[in-house]
Design a binder for this molecule. Structure first.
Ligand code: GLN
Length: 506
């Protein structure tokens, strides 16, 4: 009897090479991925839309290419989850909002197209916080997503569906977007690797904008090498003519992945390690990671980012101001939900917005509208812009002394649904991630194991200078290696409640 392929233990590279070698077909991979989704999705709810026809059509293309003797692309047959703020023809792009509930993608985002050109099989569109506002995926207008490590807890956000899909083995890779931490924080809470590349490394064309000067697309995977392969696909094809902020970064992210880090300088920010709200088990994880890097010959150097205190405040000025401008297009005329039976255009626009947007999306836009109003603008927006310059300079000064900075990604492990209801408390979830978006640099969250108190995934974050994302992957790999089991596998894999589930069906 044919056994269903177990994708939980296969890396992206192993899937692609297994297909190339004829050990299994892309169609079998598609079946296995869809069987896993069917078995696991009721408890996880990572997806807003699963797209079996697209998964199978992509698999058929891979199998046909192999049959024709064509060389296979590097991610041939790798199952991919796509955050629902990214357009893909043949799917809706809802941003987890009533506003875009029926919005059919008119074209495919460049980041998605590049992953598909590299051979990925699109499994579906992943749940998220509405329009990417949030840190728990609780603000999705449609349903919650459960953390695969404890389904009573949040997966983090805003790319919570993408992170949960990878952690539950419902995809091998996923795409997310990170405006203030939305890749790194859910990766940390779900025990997977999540990378926010340097601003400009990945095209934003076809990704619904939140804060255009902060947004960046990046990959999730269960290992640093899987994420490096995804980075090659996302970045390797070079500048996208449709996004003038994208840049050529002609590097192979795998090339130095396993390099020795002896003599490299790793920065630690002492004030960060004493910050209020940092849980002892996360602090311990960072200290342990530092020890593992020192064991591999790295040198620890204390650095300061003196203006970092201003980062959250600056983000909650710049982010909402840009979001207010970007979301003005959802007025029920040009885009989005249209309120029926209105007497005037003004009434239609106002009721469409009132009924189309959820609470957090409204809060952000009202904040942005206020902050950009005359008289107020000078006081807050200018101050935030100045803080941005100072924070960027702080980083530049720190990177004169060190090659990377090691810190927490999230101050704590996954929290329970409803546990954080005060928006300002929720905003503190991003205390370690936001400054990076303000400066535009790259960062990555790497799981190190289960926290000694919570028994839930905990992670560390590595940050690096702009366009040194390849080095960042090398340091991330060094952390991963430091925490690997005897077999060399990363500390965490598919969450135990889900591993193997759905594989029993032949
Ligand atoms: N949690 C942050 C916010 O709510 C970051 C979101 C994001 O990166 N998209 O804005």
């Amino acid at each position: 009897m044919a056994e269903t392929l177990n994708l939980d233990t296969l890396s992206a590279a192993q899937i692609a090479s297994g297909i190339a070698a004829g050990e299994f077909s892309a169609a079998e991979v598609a079946d296995a991925a869809l069987a896993a989704v069917e078995a696991r999705e009721p408890e996880v709810q990572a997806y807003l839309q699963v797209t079996p026809e697209l998964t199978r059509a992509a698999a058929a293309r891979v199998d046909a290419a192999r049959a024709a003797g064509e060389p296979l692309p590097p991610l041939a047959g790798v199952p991919l989850a796509i955050k629902d703020n990214m357009n893909l023809i043949g799917t809706r792009t809802t941003c987890a909002s009533r506003m875009l509930e029926n919005y059919e993608s008119p074209y495919t985002a460049t980041c998605v197209a590049r992953m598909l050109e590299a051979g990925c099989l699109p499994v579906g569109k992943a749940n998220m916080d509405e329009f990417a506002f949030g840190s728990s995926t609780e603000s999705s207008a449609f349903h919650r997503t459960n953390n695969p490590w404890d389904t009573e807890r949040v997966p983090g956000g805003s790319s919570g569906g993408s992170a949960a899909a990878v952690a539950a083995g419902e995809a091998t890779l996923a795409l997310g977007s990170d405006t203030g931490g939305s890749i790194r924080q859910p990766a940390s809470l779900c025990g997977v690797v999540g990378m926010k590349p340097t601003y400009g490394a990945v095209s934003r064309y076809g990704v619904v904008a939140f804060g255009s000067s902060l947004d960046q697309v990046g990959p999730f995977g269960r290992s640093v090498s899987d994420v490096s392969l995804a980075m090659n696909a996302l970045v390797g094809a070079g500048k996208d003519p449709y996004d003038c902020t994208s840049q050529d970064c002609p590097v192979d992210f795998l090339e130095h992945l396993n390099d020795d880090i002896a003599g490299r300088r790793v920065g630690i920010i002492p004030a960060f390690m004493e910050a209020e709200g940092l849980m002892p088990e996360v602090k311990r994880a960072v200290e342990l990671a530092a020890e593992k890097l020192v064991d591999q010959g790295a040198e620890l150097v204390e650095v300061e980012l003196p203006h970092l205190d201003a980062a959250i405040a600056a983000y909650y000025v710049i982010g909402p101001a840009e979001a207010f401008s970007n979301l003005a297009r959802f007025d029920g005329v040009r885009y989005g939900y249209q309120e029926p039976m209105c007497a005037t255009l003004a009434e239609q626009s106002s009721l469409s917005r009132a009924h189309g947007f959820g609470q957090e999306a409204k809060r952000r836009q009202m904040l942005g509208a206020y902050l950009l109003s005359s008289g107020v603008y000078d006081k807050y927006y200018y101050a935030a812009a100045k803080a941005r310059t100072l924070i960027t300079r702080d980083y530049a000064a720190a990177y004169q002394k060190v090659d990377t900075i090691l810190m927490p990604a999230s101050p704590r492990a996954a929290f329970k649904f409803g546990e954080i209801s005060d928006p300002t408390q929720m905003y503190l979830s991003d205390m370690y991630t936001i400054s990076l978006n303000i400066a535009g640099n790259g960062g990555i969250s790497v799981p190190v194991g289960l926290g000694e108190d919570s028994q839930l995934p905990v992670a560390v974050q590595l940050q690096g200078p702009a366009f040194r994302d390849r080095d960042l992957l090398m340091f991330a790999r060094a952390v991963e290696r430091g925490f690997a089991g005897a077999d060399g596998a990363p500390a965490l894999s598919v969450a135990p409640g889900f591993a193997g589930k759905g594989g029993e069906r032949a």
